[in-house]
Ligand binder design. Structure first.
Ligand code: HEM
Ligand SMILES: *[C@@H]1O[C@H](CO)[C@@H](O)[C@H](O)[C@H]1NC(C)=O
Ligand SMILES: *[C@@H]1O[C@H](CO)[C@@H](O)[C@H](O)[C@H]1NC(C)=O
Ligand SMILES: *[C@@H]1O[C@H](CO)[C@@H](O)[C@H](O)[C@H]1NC(C)=O
Length: 326
């Protein structure tokens, strides 16, 4: 009975997704560049491929990049704009990367089809390809996003989830982006690849009187906590990083959900997904069935990459992703 209810729940969310796709297709479309820049998708894919083959940390960076781009001002490449008070100057920027991959793809594309392909589309497609290259599902996403003109550091904090957020806070923030509780659980699966700085999970530990770290958050597996404390002792260099997924850090798979069930979610915001009944059921489903996770990923990723997109006369097609056209 329970399984049937869940299946029904997933089936209903697919139906919602279907109408959602029809809705966004008004502004975005599949193969948007088929006539204006037919080589765009291939150039992006080749660029992501070649960067990732020399630097395996690239897929993780590109995936986080699209999340932070889309949650702040919508998927409009606002995160790429350089300047004194832009989104990049938020301290959180130290963990976003992959800009050079986007810039490189953009340079090549500009040679073939000047002023045609937006940086926002390049970010979305690069993240899509990054997942595929890391072993995840290969999916189609619609294109036609335009680049934004606004990038403000003060917009970052209110729009980005902090690891200290409760389930309610995360669900509420996701809801403001049109994303559901299911999307939250599915998209958190991104933490199956990539790395994190020690500071991002420091709140799960405390220092004893001799300055040695102790586990404070008892929801974390104690063996895993030991390993983390070894990698990130008190006073560790701020640049030190650990793998988000301690098992298969370079592979986009469903190991994230298996880790969660083994109490090895790295961030507090990961661990809470098993303390709520509604989300734990989904975590169990995805831990047991990678195909189910991949199918849901395709839907939720599509929703993420259409958050607040600009189309028509809004925004512009930037010539250089680092600055507006003047
Ligand atoms: C739900 C709330 C989320 C929170 C609180 C969160 C938080 C974080 C934090 C703190 C890091 C480590 C940053 C660092 O120290 O370098 C991280 C890394 C990462 N996040 Fe999330 N995240 C969330 C959701 C997402 C989503 C929705 C995606 C993409 C769909 C995503 C993709 C990633 C990736 C790929 C990395 C690794 C980055 C790298 O390897 O450089 N995260 N996240
Ligand atoms: C940033 O501010 C400094 C000092 O006020 C100024 O010299 C510089 O041109 C500014 N940079 C940008 C990109 O606006
Ligand atoms: C990121 O933020 C830090 C601190 O605000 C700043 O010093 C640094 O220049 C920023 N990095 C980029 C790439 O803008
Ligand atoms: C799980 O989280 C959702 C969203 O915050 C909330 O509505 C629900 O009541 C929570 N369920 C339990 C059992 O805590």
């Amino acid at each position: 009975m329970e399984t049937r209810t869940r299946t029904l729940f997933l089936a209903i969310s697919y139906l919602f997704m279907f109408s959602f796709v029809c809705f966004v297709k008004g502004s975005l479309s599949f193969n948007f560049y088929a006539a204006s820049c037919p080589s765009a998708e291939l150039i992006i894919r080749d660029t992501v491929n070649s960067f990732s083959s020399t630097d395996p940390s690239i897929p993780g960076k590109l995936l986080r990049l699209v999340f932070h781009d889309c949650f702040v001002e919508g998927c409009d490449a606002s995160l790429m704009l350089q300047g004194n008070n832009t989104e990049q100057s938020d301290p959180g920027n130290r963990s976003v990367g992959g800009f050079s991959v986007i810039d490189s793809a953009k340079r090549v594309i500009e040679k073939f089809c000047p002023g045609t392909v937006s940086c926002a589309d390049i970010i979305a497609m690069a993240a899509r390809d990054a997942v595929d290259i890391a072993g995840g599902p290969r999916i189609m996403i619609p294109t036609g996003r335009r680049d934004g003109m606004i990038s403000l550091a003060s917009n970052v904090r209110p729009n980005i989830v902090d690891t200290s957020f409760s389930m309610d806070e995360m669900v509420q923030l996701f809801a403001t982006k049109g994303l559901s509780l299911l999307d939250l659980v599915v998209l958190s699966g991104a933490h199956t690849i990539g790395t994190a700085h020690c500071s991002s999970f420091r709140d799960r530990f405390e220092e004893d009187s001799r300055g040695k770290l102790m586990l404070a958050d008892k929801t974390l597996d104690s063996d895993y906590a030991e390993v983390l404390m070894e990698q990130c002792p008190s006073g560790v260099q701020p640049s030190v990083k650990v793998n988000n997924d301690p098992q298969t850090s370079l592979v986009f798979d469903n190991m994230y959900y298996q880790n969660l069930l083994a109490h090895k979610g790295l961030f507090q915001s990961d661990s809470v997904l098993i303390s709520n009944d509604s989300t734990r059921i989904l975590v169990e489903d995805f831990a047991n069935d990678q195909d189910l996770f991949f199918q849901n990923w395709a839907q939720s990723f599509l929703k993420l990459t259409t958050v607040g997109v600009k189309s028509g006369d809004v925004g512009e097609i930037r010539i250089s992703c680092a600055s507006t056209n003047a």
